[in-house]
Design a protein around this ligand. Structure first.
Ligand SMILES: [Zn+2]
Ligand SMILES: [Zn+2]
Length: 333
């Protein structure tokens, strides 16, 4: 049996559980581990049976609980390499210091090395200095935090979250356009236009059931239209109502970002796809990543219903809305 449960969808956290055959994966980990487990149990899913976590992109609402969840369950995380790197940059501890403080730190480290009689004689390494050559005395800049000298690299114990927040039990890379499998689930990742390092949508297939997954995209380019065909279930972003966004509380720069070609899909854009390009084959159409500030579920629903007019039935195109605060009922095939 194939089961699909959206645990949360929206800019405060995204997370979906997908089961096929004997395999169970989590798509994005945007909730805290505790909340994620709570919602899985609410939905009748057992967290310890998860086999892997798959990440669409590194935005916080998709990775918030990633490190803790992966560590707790001891399961691999699947990323594109660029997304993994961007996630590590986001998490790497950095500390602010002035140029004067940095010079002082170098001086102290050199003095410490000289004080060690058995230290090898050689050039004194300076820590990576990421700033430009000319730095004002008072201008703060960041340097990577020094690694903890107490950490023993030969020890098998995973480092603590504090020592290395980017440590994961196992990392697997995939590439957009190259299908791969995790156990009984086949994943076909495709590039989506969004302001992240290497964002992807997916078509998942298992037991002959095909599920399309596309949220966080500024528009629907031909490659995405091409992928979202012959599906049994489609999860599509319907992020904002254009008028609500235009008149809403966001600063102009954020409005521009959301509206841009690498932002989020509006109700109108989602409906346009459903009316003009979608093949009408899916049993379920789920609208997701609805904005809490710039959308209303009813606006998203009405726009999609209008687009699907005449195509919705008990067997096809049942329209559902994924929510931010509670799991959507599990869909089984
Ligand atoms: Zn998002
Ligand atoms: Zn995003």
């Amino acid at each position: 049996m194939v089961r699909f449960t959206v645990l949360a969808s929206g800019s405060r956290g995204n997370c979906t559980v997908l089961s096929g055959g004997r395999t169970r994966i989590l798509v994005d980990a945007g909730l805290s581990c505790r909340e994620l487990f709570r919602r899985m149990k609410l939905a009748g899913e057992e967290p310890t049976t998860l086999n892997a976590i798959v990440i669409t992109h590194e935005h916080q609402d998709h990775v918030n609980g990633l490190a803790v969840t992966a560590r707790k369950l001891g399961i691999p995380v699947y990323f594109t390499e660029a997304t993994h790197r961007a996630w590590m940059r986001w998490l790497s501890p950095r500390r602010q210091m002035t140029y004067a403080q940095w010079i002082e730190m170098i001086r102290k480290q050199a003095a410490e090395r000289q004080a060690e009689p058995e230290a090898e004689v050689g050039e004194i390494d300076s820590p990576d200095y990421p700033g430009e050559t000319v730095v004002e005395n008072s201008v703060p800049f960041t340097v990577p935090a020094a690694s903890d000298p107490a950490a023993d690299p030969s020890c098998d114990q995973p480092p603590s979250l504090k020592d290395d927040p980017t440590w994961l039990p196992a990392i697997e890379y995939f590439k957009p356009g190259e299908p791969f499998s995790i156990g009984d689930i086949c994943l076909n990742p495709f590039t989506i236009p969004h302001d992240a390092a290497d964002p992807v949508g997916f078509v998942f297939s298992s037991e002959g059931v095909r599920l399309g997954f596309a949220t966080d995209l500024g528009y629907i380019p031909p490659n995405v239209r091409e992928q979202l065909r012959d599906l049994d279930l489609l999860l599509l972003e319907s992020n904002h109502d254009l008028e609500m966004l235009r008149d809403g509380p966001y600063p102009w720069s954020v409005k521009q970002r959301v509206l841009s070609r690498v932002g989020h899909l509006s109700n109108d854009a989602a409906s346009e796809f459903l009316a003009d390009d979608y093949d009408g084959q899916a049993a379920y159409v789920i609208l997701g990543h609805l904005s809490e500030n710039n959308n209303l579920p009813e606006l998203a629903r009405v726009a999609a219903e209008r687009a699907l007019l005449g195509r919705a039935s008990l067997l096809a195109n049942r329209l559902l809305l994924a929510a931010q605060h509670e799991p959507l009922s599990t869909i089984s095939f």
